[in-house]
Ligand binder design. Sequence first.
Ligand code: HEM
Ligand SMILES: [Ca+2]
Length: 729
Amino acid sequence: YGPPRQHQYVVQDAAYYRRGYPQPPYPQPPYTQPPYPQPPYTQPPYTQPTAPTYEPVHYCPNVAGLETRCRPTKDCAVWYDETLATPYTACQLSDGNAGSCCPDIPSNTKGTPFKEPPACQGEIQLDDHVGCLDVFSVNAAADAGELELRLHKETAKRLKDSDIVVQAASPRATHARFSNPSDHARVVNTEAFVGVHTAVVLVKRFKIKTEQVGCALHKFKLTDTDLDKKCTSISKAHCTEHQLNSPYRTIDGSCNNERHFVWGRAATQYHRMLASDYADGVWAPRTGKNGIELPSARLVSTTLVRDEDKPSESTTIWFMQYGQFLDHDIVSTPEMTNEDGTPVTCCSEDGKHLENEDRSHGKCLPIDVPTNDPFFAKFGRTCIQFVRASLACRTDHQLGHATQLNDNTHFIDLSLVYGSNDKLASELRTRVNGELNVTLKQGRGFHKFDLLPPNEGSPLHAPCTLPREVSGVEPPSNVRCFKAGDGRPDVTPNMATSQIIFLREHNRLAKELAQLNPSWDDERLYQEARRILIAQAQHITYNEWLPILLGRSKMAQLGLLPLQSGFSTDYDDHLNPSILSEFVAGAFRFGHSMVQGKALMVNQQRSVEEDIQLRHHFFKPQTLYTPGNLDKYLIGLATQPTQKVDLSFTKELTEHLFEETGMGFGLDLVALNIQRGRDFGLGSYNDYRELCGIGRVTIYDDLADLIDPVVCNPCFQKNFGHQATKPNT
Ligand code: HEM
Ligand SMILES: [Ca+2]
């Protein structure tokens, strides 16, 4: 154990600093475009690697009626349910290590490529006055869009002057931290905003019917209008020969597809399964089919969701946690902010709705809390804060409905470890031996336990230490929130734990590679370690995680199973790899139902030493600074059951999300999810049932297989009276 390596963050005692090591903040190395190591790269000859062969062992039983072999247990992951259910599947590998008996991985059928609906779908007859919309009208509307933007700036200034701002450490401030845009995303949002407002103005001025909006607007390319200076980062995307040939992924995900350089790049739009469903065809949240407002997202939450303890019999919270880890790799939907980057507030400090003029910037979609709300009513709150998602430039570079922005790369490329833009990626590196910055912590003796480097956040960020009432000790001065490739590494201690072990694995790989290849420089070591770690994450996702979620046969049917040997030739360069709006704003949030209200800390003897209640630990990674605690979280992850995926959600999420200590309430994640779907213009539940081939429902009784009618039919009648027999909306 020697002095700190260059640019590593060190938390140590005062005596350590007195010995002359630099005090934080450390200067960041000046950012330069990472020089890709020693080109020219030649593509390696792609020969099918030889697969390890495992001898049949005489005592291996058949599993699922199939012959098995003794293999490393990870190679049995896709068979985990059958292997677990079959007695005597434990075996010994020829090298003496323990293994499991299981069959070969089943073969895939080839999946069907997915097609996004076109902007102008079907035979839409445009009204005459809409058909003759011309570029002059578009330019006039663009002027109005620009004016709107200026008005927004004035509104923001007025609000600041009147002190209608986000309160530090409030749930809104913490949510803003969770959904904080990168600098680049803020620029993109502003440019896209003008395009969306142009469309909104056109729709209003020309009274374009909602169903005609797509066809009326998509014929206008931004480059043919006064909006030609907007969103040029997409139209002018460029990749060098060198980038296209590099064996390493770019940090921002660009240049992955040789013809569509921006596909999958950070700060680009989510794509869609179904056409958007906005009330005005552009950006106004969906209404019911009869034009009336949809019921409050909070009312939907309290009507449908309970907090019941229903632990899974087969799955530990590692499954939940890896889901969130994956989510933070492939998506990050930043909220809109004020022009200076400060968060927007959508309710008053005492939880009431703001005056209309105070949210005339259009960035708010606050959630109504019914006055008889079973929880929030006692705090007198009638308004839950909700800020709309940042807008993206449309990759088709046309005028049309709003699209939302993904601030992370859309690929499974561990952007949450490495960053999704070059500036952040550079800040995370030591620039020595290919390693990433850590907070060096020294336990007893020579025991080291690196943590993530610190994030010296903005003043609005909630304090990163636990209050005395919770921890029993004064908040230590060395505790910092963490910095990683994604902005949410410390949303919970278990999330931070996941980020830390991937960080450590990168540095372990870099060290091993350095020993094996003494001639490699920092860049080469960093990129090779990164490449291996990404492959590990992808393999965990497809070999271990997805089979639990989707099941083996569905995986095989979709062509998603890993191969027993060799590699796949399924890559289709016509397929846009972008994440879908439906996935990010809807489907993949299923994981919230699995969250346990208390995370267990379990010791080596498998006894629970402590449980931590989520409400106290959002963005407060203090417990990880204690030697040994990360291991206790890891054993907890591997032993505590998840909650089942159902209509039950812990109150830590539905009543206490991002709670400020001592306030007694936070936000409701289920309500936020529902509202986010409306913000994204997702279609109705019925539209997706139809898409998935399970048929529309027409009366609530049709939902009996999903929602217990005994519990819910009366509440549907009571709460959604006007729509009680029509779940269509
Ligand atoms: C304790 C654990 C978790 C917490 C506190 C949490 C919290 C949140 C919050 C606050 C949001 C933003 C809501 C909004 O404003 O729209 C969110 C979004 C999301 N969550 Fe979770 N979540 C957790 C676990 C999970 C898990 C286990 C999964 C999936 C398996 C998941 C998937 C998602 C997805 C896909 C989004 C959308 C992300 C984005 O748009 O950037 N979350 N979550
Ligand atoms: Ca990514």
